[in-house]
Design a protein around this ligand. Structure first.
Ligand SMILES: *[C@@H]1O[C@H](CO)[C@@H](O)[C@H](O)[C@H]1NC(C)=O
Ligand SMILES: *[C@@H]1O[C@H](CO)[C@@H](O)[C@H](O)[C@H]1NC(C)=O
Ligand SMILES: [Zn+2]
Length: 307
């Protein structure tokens, strides 16, 4: 009796170590890329983007999910940093505020060149990874950041934006957000507007800015998946079948993800993983498994949504 008691815990421990070693080996040879991290937003809230403040040192930063030692411990090979400005800046200073968040990301790369390398291409990701740096990319979170201007869209591309989330938690004049599906907001466009919404998708395809469908309504997901010539991403969304939160991706949309070679980068936020205030890693793994089951292994990614 007592041998079993000892044996089974030992077996469990050995297996866990073996998987950890394997995971580390994979992460050292293939860059793990995370789709969404809001550290730049924390830098604004806590330090007014003043990176030289003593407490803003990213090597010793506390009180955030993210700092340099944690990125290293997690073998993060590539990170999309979020350039986010809240919906209440829509039609006000959204463009300026977005530029300021892009600026703080560039300054992170300049201040910590031994850790971050700002890149804009897949080739750049590979080079940064080979040099032992965290390849740093910019995602702009919310279509309100372009202020209904293709000129602003193109200028943000020049500044390094490589994905744009079509909405945050507000409708834009050309796309509906997820709060339409909860009934909190009125649908305005049955997804994407016929004129400007479709032009935005076309221009993003032409430039090479990834279309991000985290935060959009289901109708917008379907319209964008239909319109886009290129695969799209959900930079930080999980599976609706496992947690019926409208920030997640329903199964019929996962079918379209599969058909278009698109990618769902699973969110680690408790409310979206477990529909409660507490979640654990095995529940995150359940989301990865579900997306793999419905849309295939190629559709599975990470979009931790830390900070
Ligand atoms: C978009 O929708 C139209 C009409 O339903 C359909 O014929 C077309 O195949 C769809 N395109 C894609 C890429 O899904
Ligand atoms: C994670 O949470 C679920 C649901 O509460 C539970 O069934 C499961 O045992 C937990 N897993 C771990 C590893 O703690
Ligand atoms: Zn978000």
């Amino acid at each position: 009796m007592w041998t079993c008691w000892w044996l089974w815990p030992l077996v469990a421990v050995c297996t866990a170590d073996q998987f950890l070693d394997q995971a580390k080996r994979i992460m050292q040879t293939t860059p793990v890329i995370d789709g969404h991290n809001d550290l730049p937003w924390q830098l604004l809230l806590r330090f007014n983007n003043e990176l030289r403040q003593k407490n803003a040192n990213l090597n010793t930063l506390t009180g955030t999910h993210t700092n340099i030692p944690k990125l290293r411990a997690g073998f993060v090979g590539g990170q999309f940093w979020s350039a986010y400005t809240p919906c209440d800046t829509q039609n006000k200073d959204a463009v300026k505020r977005t530029l300021e968040q892009i600026d703080v990301i560039h300054r992170m790369c300049q201040m910590y060149p031994e850790t971050f390398q700002c890149v804009t291409t897949s080739q750049g990701i590979r080079e940064a990874f080979r040099a032992g740096k965290v390849a740093s990319l910019i995602g702009v979170e919310g279509g309100h950041s372009i202020d209904s201007s293709l000129g602003v869209l193109r200028a943000l591309y020049q500044l390094g934006m490589r994905y744009l989330t079509l909405t945050h938690s507000c409708n834009t004049p050309w796309a509906d957000n997820w709060l339409v599906d909860t009934g909190d907001h009125d649908a305005q466009h049955s997804g994407l507007s016929d004129d400007f919404g479709k032009s935005v998708v076309r221009e993003m395809n032409r430039l090479g800015v990834i279309i991000d469908l985290a935060h959009v309504s289901v109708a917008t997901m379907k319209a964008a998946l239909n319109q886009s010539q290129a695969p799209v991403i959900f930079s930080h969304s999980s599976a609706f079948a496992l947690c019926k939160h409208w920030r997640n991706v329903p199964d019929d949309v996962l079918q379209l993800v599969k058909r278009t070679g698109s990618l769902v980068m699973v969110n680690f936020y408790n409310d979206y993983v477990a529909c409660k205030r507490e979640a654990n890693l095995s529940q995150v793994a359940d989301h990865l498994d579900h997306i793999k089951k419905v849309a295939g292994a190629g559709a599975v990614g990470f979009g931790g949504d830390f900070d």
